[in-house]
Design a protein around this ligand. Structure first.
Ligand code: X8Z
Ligand code: ZN
Length: 595
């Protein structure tokens, strides 16, 4: 062979070797195009089956869910696919959108990796079985006179909100915790299987994997939680002090250091309704048709220029509490669903005419409008999700905040000007229903407990002790009587079972939504954040759409900076509630603040 031919051959071999290890660009495009088609199809089947298993809990729907998820796992958790995605990620010429898609390819695989099929299959079955236990459970209450009668989640919530009888309140609080032991073993099994799958994909734990979606490590997320809590603590201690004095007076009891859990109007003390005298929110919606509440929530969004919901939303959703004697049971916790990653959007709720449900309708439609906004040709199927999960939670909660302003409630005829409470009472109530009370639960109890549960991993015979240790430390709340390890009170919170290791999403969403609200009030509305509403304002709608439409095709930190001019920060949230601090300090003068 001549020298020139030998050189030509060497050059050719080098080119082949190079493309072999670098993977040419068109290979990546083809890989992502194929993946997106496959992902959409498998997602639609799995999500459809999960929907069926949540609106009609039982063996048949559960088996169909397992079958659909096994197919999802076999195809999207496949070893060859994981290896290819990892190889593509090695390249240094990827665009952000390519890199982001590859990241989600691996995140989807990590949920159900086909590299350990035996474990994955057990996990899928364990998830379905826990769902059946959770939503197939029939609650009953043992009343103070010894009568035992059936009850349900909505009734327990109403009793804790309304009853002034401590013995009755305790009976309903205890009824809400009776499900824990039924869920305990299933939860421990799930923890072990979830950790095995996540660790097989290189994550520290299942918690580490879920946190990884934000580009943070577990330790970084915990530091962020502690920073938010530290900023809020002075205000929370004042509010806690004021509330325990109010409640002690109400129930004719001595003032406790920690608030007994059954004194508060929520099963987990995550919000404290009904404490402020003269602010009866449920009275505002009493007797309203639940259908009207959903339509009014939709009107909030359409008034800002969003399209009316697709007709299929109303036809396919499951929005109301089941009648007595119904032949099916359903998931009692509100949720929003994106079945086909396009226009098939649905919500699962049990709406009743309470203020809490009015807020929840606005919250769930926030998810729905986010789904619709990013279902556009610019966003590949695998990135049809929030900029991060906290953004997804933040949209509806932002609308909850502004739909809870007195000016808006008057505009839609739920409140008269004569009924309007004074500004500080309203703000006080917003603090009790919103982030000031919620964050010690979300950043504190929930996130710390789940962190320990997955990362340590927490021993099965320490679960309840650790839960109440955190409830005391972060929330300043105590159980009505000591709760031993025969209980599993963490498992009574839906998300611990079926939305695991993600509760910090809600915490961060509270922080983010205040940053968005602050920006909107300053730059668009030129209004005071404590009173502003967006109803009827198309400019606000257009601003929100610029945040929603990109889905996960944008880096969330960049989007945050562009949308608000700052990084993630509690500044706006603390400023919103600042007028309360001075008022509370005045009320608490001479009292021992802190716990
Ligand atoms: O779970 C929810 C929504 C469904 S995405 C109703 N939330 C958390 C909870 O109920 O614990 C909204 C606020 C916190
Ligand atoms: Zn939500």
């Amino acid at each position: 062979m001549s020298l020139s031919r030998r050189l030509l051959l060497a050059a050719l071999l080098a080119a082949v070797a190079l493309t072999g290890c670098k993977q040419p660009a068109d290979d990546l495009d083809a890989f992502l195009a194929d993946y997106n088609v496959l992902y959409r199809d498998l997602w639609q089947r799995a999500e459809g089956a999960r929907w069926d298993a949540n609106v009609d809990v039982g063996e048949a729907t559960s088996a169909a869910r397992v079958a659909a998820e096994e197919e999802f796992a076999a195809r999207l958790g496949e070893a060859g696919l994981i290896a290819k995605a990892r190889a593509f990620l090695e390249r240094d010429d990827l665009t952000f959108v390519q890199r982001q898609q590859l990241k989600y390819v691996l995140l989807n695989a990590a949920k159900f990796p086909g590299t350990i099929p035996e474990v994955t299959s057990r996990l899928i079955r364990a998830e379905a079985a826990q769902n059946e236990r959770l939503f197939g459970y029939e609650f009953s209450v043992t009343l103070p006179d010894g009568t035992v009668r059936p009850t349900d989640s909505n009734e327990i919530t109403t009793m804790l909100a309304d009853s002034r009888d401590l013995a009755e309140r305790r009976a309903y609080w205890e009824a809400s915790k009776a499900i824990g032991p039924t869920l305990r073993d299933g939860l421990v099994e799930l923890r072990d299987l979830r950790n095995q799958t996540a660790q097989s994909m290189g994550h520290s734990s299942y918690f580490g994997m879920e946190v990884g979606e934000y580009g943070l490590t577990s330790a970084e997320m915990m530091a962020l939680m502690d920073e938010v809590l530290a900023g809020l603590r002075p205000l929370y201690e004042q509010l806690h002090c004021w509330a325990r004095h109010e409640l002690a007076a109400r129930y004719g009891e001595p003032v406790p250091a920690l608030i007994p859990a059954h004194w508060l109007g929520n099963k987990w003390a995550q919000d404290w309704p009904g404490i402020v005298e003269g602010v009866d929110l449920d009275a505002l919606v009493a007797g309203r048709d639940p259908q009207w509440m959903i339509e009014q929530a939709e009107r909030y969004y359409t008034s800002m220029g969003f399209e009316p919901l697709p007709a299929s939303f109303h036809a396919n959703s499951d929005l109301f509490a089941l009648p007595d004697g119904a032949t099916r049971t359903k998931n009692s916790h509100a949720s929003a669903w994106h079945i086909d990653l396009d226009r098939d959007v649905r919500s699962l709720m049990s709406v009743e005419p309470t203020f809490d449900w009015l807020q929840t309708t606005h919250h769930e439609l926030g998810h729905i409008y986010y789904y619709l906004a990013y279902s556009n040709p610019e966003v590949p199927f695998v990135l049809r999700t929030g900029a991060n999960r906290a953004f997804h939670e933040g949209v509806g909660t932002l609308i909850e905040l502004v739909a809870g302003q007195t000016a808006y409630l008057q505009e839609i005829g739920l409140m008269t000007a004569a009924d309007e409470p004074d500004r500080i009472s309203w703000l006080l109530n917003q603090a009790l229903l919103g982030p000031v009370v919620f964050l010690p639960f979300a950043c504190g109890t929930m996130t710390h407990w789940e962190h320990d549960f997955y990362e340590e991993p927490l021993a099965a015979d320490r679960m309840n002790a650790r839960w109440w240790e955190y409830v005391a430390r972060f929330q300043g709340v105590a159980p009505p009587a000591p709760r031993g390890e025969q209980w599993c009170d963490a498992a009574t919170k839906t998300h611990i079972n079926d939305d695991a290791a993600q509760y910090y999403d809600y915490a961060l969403s509270s922080v983010i939504l205040h940053q968005l609200h602050d920006h909107i009030c300053r730059e668009i509305l030129h209004r005071d954040p404590q009173t502003a509403t967006y109803y009827g304002n198309r400019e606000v709608g257009a601003y929100l759409r610029t945040i929603l439409e990109p889905g996960a095709t944008r880096d969330w930190r960049e989007l945050m900076r562009e949308a608000t001019g700052e990084d993630l920060s509690s500044r706006a949230m603390l400023a919103y509630f600042a007028p309360l601090q001075a008022w509370l300090e005045e009320q608490n003068r001479g009292r021992a603040v802190g716990f």
